[in-house]
Design a protein around this ligand. Structure first.
Ligand code: FAD
Ligand code: DLZ
Ligand code: SF4
Length: 506
């Protein structure tokens, strides 16, 4: 053996660039469960269980494919507790002269990796992660010299590049984007598919016991864990989605229903982000469903846009703006994260629903993340760094490259509008339109002030005015500020008093 290939918990792809470059003959692959990765934020129990079990299954798959693998479990008495420590031990154990690694998804780990050469005395080669459609230098070239980095234009480039949903040079159906058709609210009577579930096997059961014991204090419920943990499971989850949920995905993409965590969402992000599914393959399968006449274009286009558009775009932004991006705080928000984000104990039904569901499943769909927990935190002026750490901890699919731009940029407007041209701020009205939450809330969504008023209503106006210096000049907010300016002085004062009282009690 002369080459060491460390494979991280979100690099579980047989086609990983470092594996491709190494060749099996003189290589040992290193995989390690380490406390530093398991505790750099207080991950949800199901997230740790998912990663550890998927890692253990991937080691089995590697061995089957003929690789020599050193797998260090968390319980190994010699485990040093850090990636660098394990790389150093393995390089010494095997007398390696070379480390080949695929670059990681987080800045923090990249910094660590760049020190591995000095630490071990090995020649260290860091390769690009080729599991994305847009290489980072290509993204940087696209961004160069543009005043605004609009996702929509980036997305069109990706459509042309991949040929997905293209008819020659034209977008299928004559339009690039069918979002206008994707905003149907949900009704309680909708027929909802049962979500995909994988029964835990012996390996997963062992990991569940380990997590229950070693991470007992972490956020989240472990019971009911049913995520897939292998590439085969991920394929089954994809098949489930294509047949059961994709046809209605577009229509109900933004809808929310009590007690319904999944609706018509794919819940494929955990598999995409750890490498158990390939994004381009997923998109080709979605396109094929549309071409076969089994799903409408608004669903296929909406879905493909999330993956080749948003997913690639936020990754590009992350690497363009790091380090520093996770420290941004354009609105100078400094309130600590309310304690109920960890318990769900609040009378606001929308927040209780999103948070308890997150606790139970480590999942919430995009509109819950953006317009319920994200919106509230922004309106209340919560410190974006704390909000960022919460999202990074509680969701099964959370890795910083994708979580940070969504939280800091899209949801908190803390990057001052790089990602979105205006803050995603909303009062209770929006939530009432898109969900059935308000009907069973202790607050009245129609009221702005008074004991029973929906807190989001006063907070919404208070947020805009509080940040007036920054937001008043925004043409997309001109109409809202005009509405505010037309309110009587007393009404304005009532709103701000209402908001202040609520925030004080928070
Ligand atoms: P679907 O609704 O079925 O969407 C399909 C796929 O498109 C997803 O699996 C995902 O890969 C991709 N996608 C959709 N929206 C986005 C987006 N905005 N950015 C990047 N990819 C997207 N996504 C993560 O993967 N990890 C995160 O840590 C994460 N944190 C978020 C934090 C906030 C505050 C917000 C507003 C969004 C976040 N997202 C994150 C994006 C999005 O909410 C999730 O990708 C989605 O909810 C995953 O569930 P799904 O697979 O059922 O998605
Ligand atoms: C998230 C995670 C966890 C909980 N544990 C490990 C681990 O023990 N070993 C490992 O290699 N990776 C783990 N991961 C995933 C890493 O945090 C992830 O690879 C980096 O953050 C880069 O995206
Ligand atoms: Fe949320 Fe307000 Fe509706 Fe209650 S009334 S569920 S707080 S939006």
């Amino acid at each position: 053996v002369d080459t060491l290939v460390p494979v991280l918990g979100d690099q579980l792809s047989l086609g990983l660039s470092a594996l491709q470059a190494a060749g099996r003959a003189r290589t040992v692959v290193l995989m390690a469960e380490v406390m530093s990765e398991a505790s750099y934020v207080g991950h949800h129990k199901q997230k740790i269980a998912f990663i550890f079990s998927a890692m253990r299954h991937f080691a089995i798959a590697l061995r089957k494919a003929g690789w020599r693998v050193d797998y260090i479990t968390l319980e190994d008495p010699d485990n040093t507790g850090s990636l660098a420590g394990e790389v150093q031990r393995a390089a010494f154990r095997h007398g390696c002269s070379r480390i080949l690694a695929t670059k990681p998804g987080e800045w923090r780990v990249l910094e660590d990796m760049t020190g591995w050469g000095a630490l071990t005395g090995c020649e260290t080669v860091l390769l690009e992660d080729t599991r994305f459609l847009c290489p980072l230098d290509e993204f940087a070239a696209w961004a160069e010299g543009r005043k605004q980095l609009r996702m929509e234009y980036f997305y069109r480039e990706m459509r042309r590049k991949t040929g997905l949903l293209m008819e020659g040079d034209e977008p299928a159906g004559g339009r690039w984007n069918f979002d206008a058709e994707n905003r149907k609210p949900a009704e309680g009577s909708l027929f909802l598919p049962r979500p995909f579930r994988a029964a835990p096997d012996a390996v997963t059961k062992e990991v569940l016991a380990l997590v229950a014991q070693r991470f007992a204090q972490n956020f989240g419920r472990l019971e009911g864990f049913a995520y897939g943990v292998t590439a085969q499971d991920a394929q089954a989850a994809l098949d489930w989605f294509l047949h059961e949920a994709l046809p209605s995905f577009g229509d109900y993409q933004d809808a929310m229903l009590k007690g319904e965590a999944w609706l018509y969402h794919s819940v494929l992000s955990p598999y995409l982000n750890t490498g158990l599914l390939d994004p381009l393959e997923v998109c080709r399968r979605v396109e094929a469903e549309w071409r076969a006449g089994r799903v409408p274009l608004n669903s296929a286009e909406g879905y493909i846009r999330q993956i080749i558009g948003w997913r690639e775009y936020v990754r590009g932004i992350y690497w363009l703006k790091m380090p520093g991006y996770t420290e941004e705080n354009a609105l100078a928000a400094d309130r600590p994260l309310p304690g109920f984000y960890w318990t769900g104990e609040t009378d606001m039904r929308c927040l209780r629903e999103a948070i308890t569901q997150t606790r139970d499943t480590a999942y919430a769909h995009h509109i819950q993340r953006l317009m319920v927990t994200g919106n509230f935190a922004m309106l209340a002026g919560v410190n974006p760094r704390e909000v960022h750490e919460w999202y990074l901890a509680v969701y099964i699919d959370a890795f910083e490259w994708v979580e940070a731009p969504n939280t800091i940029g899209m949801s908190q407007f803390a990057d001052g509008g790089l990602l979105g041209s205006k803050p995603y701020a909303a009062g209770g009205n929006y939530i009432n339109r898109m969900s059935d939450y308000c009907g069973s809330c202790r607050y009245d969504v129609k009221q702005r002030t008074g004991r029973d008023a929906c807190p989001l209503n006063a907070l919404y106006w208070d947020f805009l005015v509080r940040n007036g210096d920054r937001l008043r000049g925004n043409p997309r907010l001109a109409q809202v500020f005009r509405t505010y300016d037309k309110m009587g002085d007393e009404a304005k004062q009532d709103l701000h008093r209402q908001a202040a009282q609520f925030l004080k009690a928070l």
